[in-house]
Each structure stands twice: as structure tokens, then as C-alpha cells.
Design a protein around this ligand. Sequence first.
Ligand SMILES: [Zn+2]
Ligand SMILES: [Zn+2]
Ligand SMILES: [Zn+2]
Length: 314
Amino acid sequence: MTELRFNELRGEQVDYAIHRQERTFLPSREHCPLDPTLPGRPPTEIPFPSFEIAVFENRFPAFTPPHGAAEVVVYTPAHEGSFATLTPRRAEDLMWVWRHRYLELGARADVDYVFIFENRGVEVGVTLHHPHGQIYGYPFIPPVPMLELAADERLGGCAPCSLLADELRDGRRIVYESPALVAYVPFAARWAYEVHLVMREHRPSLAACEPQELGELAAALQTLVRGYDALFDRPFPYVMAVHQAPTAGWSPATAEGRGELGAGHLHVEFYPPLRTADKLKYLAGSEQGAGAFISDTLPEESAAVLRETIVRAG
Ligand SMILES: [Zn+2]
Ligand SMILES: [Zn+2]
Ligand SMILES: [Zn+2]
């Protein structure tokens, strides 16, 4: 079904999932595959007339067992809306679903890294508008988490802990704070409105969080996304990436202390492609050919605007 090839020149794995060419592309409203299956109507991906949160294997998977996993997480049976408009209760339940998938997929021998993410908006290639996210279980540790592990080495300890301390000391780029979490535009952000939402305590993964922290995480994510939507008064496209400890080396037998194994510090990164209400940041020559980001906005300035908008959007 899929084939992994190692790109020697770049030192990275490339996944060939050719069948994905046929995947459903922006179906009409009445043919949404993520709606519940209603009596007398054609079946959707979810064979129930109602549900709370649904998780199932992607029909067009980038990874399949025994070489990883690809799952779809449908946030709500309601077709309209977004992560921001879920009830607070539903958003909190979603954190527990994520935690459950992290533990279950992480325990598999063919999953070295559980990656929870959401693509929002056609600008980042969304093919279905129904509120949903995805989870990939990679059969290897992908380059970005590897870079974060390398940052731990370079800083001689947990990089997110140390960067969070720096941001709190400086203060200019912080956009949101709660007892358990801090959100900021990073000192060297790649995207104009990039935000990292970081647990204050060193929590390697969702599995290591207190229930209270999971509730706060849901609330912080919703507050942040509402602020994004208010920024240009339009649904704000983004890629949301949940980074946690790798699960390489786990086995079902090592259930004890799960989530504590391996380095990592739970945080959520948002990469929004918009620079203004109608201008997109494209990855062009320097970014693609040299791997060097050029930004025309200062993180301190976008943080000030975003901070104000988050307060206003409540
Ligand atoms: Zn739908
Ligand atoms: Zn840490
Ligand atoms: Zn990260």
C-alpha cells in the first residue's frame, strides 16, 4: 500500500502513498463522509446515527500496519463550525481521546512517534471541511521531533522548559497564560503568527498530564483559535502540530510509567500561512532551496496584535 524510501541527500524518509490520489476532495455538503449515517441516507464513514467524537482508520492512509498508522478524529457530528466552536466539554473530551490514541498507538511496536495534528483551511490543503483532525503513527521518529531532541542535547536539558523560561523572562511575545499553560510567538518564529502553546510543568506527553491540565489545554486551544479567527475577521487557516515524547521502544509490557519514557515536552505549535487578511506566506526559493526562512514581520509585533485580539475575542 505504501512504501518508505530514504532520501540520502536530505537524510530523511519519504512516504509514497499512491492510493491517496483518489481521496475525497471537497465533497458537496450532502455527501460529507464525516457526518453521521442517518436512517434512509447513504452510509458515511461513521455507521452510526449519532456520536460524540469518532476515531477511525483513514480510508486513504499514509501509513498502514505493520508500518505505522493513520487515523481520522472527527470532533463533532455537526458539519458546520470548527475546533473553536465546540462546547468546552467536547473540547476537553477531545484531549482525553488524543491521550487515549497516544497511549494505544504508542504501545504498538510499529509506531515510533504519535503525531496528532489538524490542517485547517484550503490554504493548507484541507479536503474536507467537517471539523476534524488526524493522527499519524510514524514507524520512525520524523525530522522535526528529531530536531527538538537535538535541541535538548544542545541546551543540555529540556529545550521547551528552557525556551519557556526565556519567554516568561522577556514577556514581550507572550499571548496567553493560564495556571498550567503559556502561549507565545517564539523568539525566532518562522510564520508571522506562529504560536507555541506550552505546558508550564515538564510533561513529556498527554499521558503525563493531570486531568486539570487537560481541561486547561482544551480551553487554551479554543481561546487561541478564537483569537486567530478574530484577527482578520475570517476563519483562520493553520497547521496545528502536537509535539510529545516519541514512543519508540515502548511495548505493551512496559505500560508502567508510559509517557515518561523518552525525552519530550508536550506543546502545541500553530503554523498559520497568512501574513495579512489576504496575503499568504509562500515557501519559495530561500525556504525551499536553502531551508532559510525570511520573515517580514517581527514576532514581538505580531504577538502584541495577537494578544490584544485574544482578549477581545474572549
Ligand atoms: Zn460533515
Ligand atoms: Zn520540559
Ligand atoms: Zn515542537
